[in-house]
Design a protein around this ligand. Structure first.
Ligand code: NI
Length: 194
């Protein structure tokens, strides 16, 4: 299975992904591919929804550099105990060229599993806390601009509309399937992993 990054407004970005019940070689290979895609695109995080997989997994490395910083592959993450509030700029590999200020809790408690099934439980703050929250949102079908003020959202309207127009014209020309077909294709992943 060769994965690629899907772009807004692909409907899988709005799906609430399901918990992973089974880990196998294919899933480990897909996690490795997600890391490759993230580094290639110079991102700091990539969620399974963004590669058209409706299951709860994301990869992250706040340094954005392979071999540097902390590389994380997280399965079935849960974020709890939000504390504080801090504003920071965010972008997203599924929204090329779109950036905005997002206010989020400053620290959170992360519970998750790694690919070997080891539990992870730690309190995270700083930039990593922002990355984890952004990626975890993807698993719930939430995009970063959903969390922006209405005023800030208005500034992105034209850019989002442009991406919508491009996507819809690809659907009309047959280059991308219809939303109904794209969502129906996700069933194969629920059967395998959820
Ligand atoms: Ni994103």
């Amino acid at each position: 299975m060769e994965l690629s990054i899907i772009q807004y407004p692909h409907p899988t970005l709005r799906v609430r992904s399901k918990p992973i019940r089974r880990v196998n070689k294919e899933l480990r290979d897909m996690a490795a591919q997600m890391l490759d895609l993230m580094y290639e695109a110079e991102g700091v995080g990539l969620a399974s929804n963004q590669v058209n997989l409706p299951i709860r997994m994301f990869v992250a490395n706040p340094s954005g550099e392979r071999g540097d910083g902390e590389e994380l592959v997280l399965l079935n993450p849960e974020l709890q105990m939000p504390k504080g509030n801090v504003s920071g700029q965010e972008g997203c590999l599924s929204l090329p060229g779109v950036f905005g200020q997002v206010k989020r809790p400053k620290s959170i408690r992360l519970s998750a599993y790694d690919l070997k099934g080891n539990p992870i439980d730690r309190v995270v703050d700083g930039f990593l806390a922002r990355v984890l929250q952004h990626e975890n949102d993807h698993l719930d079908g939430v995009m970063f601009f959903d969390r922006m003020t209405e005023e800030a959202q208005r500034e992105l309207e034209d850019q989002l509309h442009e991406l919508e127009t491009v996507f819809e014209s690809k659907q009309k020309s047959g280059g991308i399937s219809s939303n109904g077909d794209l969502i129906a294709e996700l069933d194969q992943w629920y059967e395998k992993y959820a």
